[in-house]
Design a protein around this ligand. Structure first.
Ligand SMILES: [Ca+2]
Ligand SMILES: [Ca+2]
Ligand SMILES: [Ca+2]
Length: 308
């Protein structure tokens, strides 16, 4: 050791490593696997971040592909006024609460837990109130850049003085022949997950969507189109129910309403095809493993040279 060098320097660690694990042992398959798994776990450990990654839906007309490459979000001011324009299926309202959440169902009440101890009181249940079951086959399809997407429409209502609202959580599930699921816990455990906003491997801290309702033209105007790749909905039959769960933060004033456009009404300004689609998580994981393998082989060669 050089004079003044700290006792636990990197070189000292390598010597200790080489002493504990002889070269022959380090080249065995189980050892390689253990090293790759350890490297992958370290690389994928959740980052300590104070805030989630934000998809900022400003200015007007902006469209963004989500980090998973499954969803496209597009700001819109399309009018929802008049009968036969939209079919609402989830209405969430509680002006006094900054955080509101819920999912669509034919159940008379919806809860967070299967034991029914926490009710989502903000959900306006009953079809006359704007919340009901909906079939996946009733969700319009739109082709963008040769890829088929399911189209959803969100209309937020906020005060003019505080028009920003954040979509914190957004999840889509399919369930065959069951329009009456009444708890989020049951939906998450029995439904087939198609898309979850916070599932981006590149953003373990989570993903939010920031919406400004003042970009729309007055009342009766929607704020956001959400397009989900059709091939994300794996469970699909004639009686497949579509469940949408969403959670908002910084809510004020009126309700948040999810709907679909009723044909022949269509989006007059569909989003541009995404120019870059992020690689799926499995490819990213393979890449991290590959980097770990290259690093290990390089380390082994260096150890061999030192040994020679
Ligand atoms: Ca609105
Ligand atoms: Ca609101
Ligand atoms: Ca989030």
């Amino acid at each position: 050791m050089k004079p003044g060098a700290p006792p636990n320097s990197g070189r000292g660690f390598v010597r200790s490593f080489a002493g504990v694990f002889p070269l022959r042992q380090r080249l065995r398959p189980w050892f390689l696997t253990a090293v790759l798994v350890a490297l992958s776990v370290v690389a994928l450990a959740p980052a300590k971040a104070s805030a989630e990654f934000v998809l900022d839906m400003t200015p007007a007309g902006k469209s963004i592909v989500d980090p998973q490459g499954i969803a496209i979000f597009q700001q819109t001011s399309i009018s929802t006024a008049g009968s036969g324009v939209i079919d609402p299926f989830l209405s969430i309202q509680q002006a006094s609460s900054p955080t509101v959440q819920g999912f669509n169902s034919d159940a008379s009440k919806v809860y967070a837990d299967a034991a029914h101890t926490t009710e989502f009181t903000e959900v306006q249940t009953g079809s006359s109130q704007g919340t009901k079951s909906i079939l996946l086959s009733s969700i319009p399809t739109v082709t963008i850049g040769g890829v088929v997407y399911r189209e959803f429409l969100l209309d937020d209502n906020q005060t003019g003085s505080d028009p920003a609202i954040t979509l914190k959580e957004l999840e889509f599930y399919t369930v065959n022949n069951n329009p009456n699921i009444d708890s989020l816990q049951t939906l998450r455990s029995t439904g087939t997950l198609a898309y979850k906003l916070d599932n981006a491997a590149s953003h373990p801290e989570g993903v939010d969507v920031l919406i400004h309702t003042d970009l729309s033209n007055g009342s009766g105007a929607a704020d956001l189109f959400v397009y989900i790749r059709d091939d994300a909905f794996k469970s699909f039959g004639a009686n497949t129910n579509l469940y949408l769960y969403s959670k908002f933060q910084d809510n004020n004033d009126g309700f948040e309403e999810w709907s679909v456009l009723i044909p022949p009404h269509t989006n007059p300004n569909p989003p541009e095809p995404p120019s870059v689609v992020p690689a799926p998580p499995s490819v990213v994981l393979l890449g991290i493993g590959g980097i770990g393998l290259v690093g290990f082989v390089t380390l082994s060669r260096r150890r061999r040279l030192v040994a020679a």
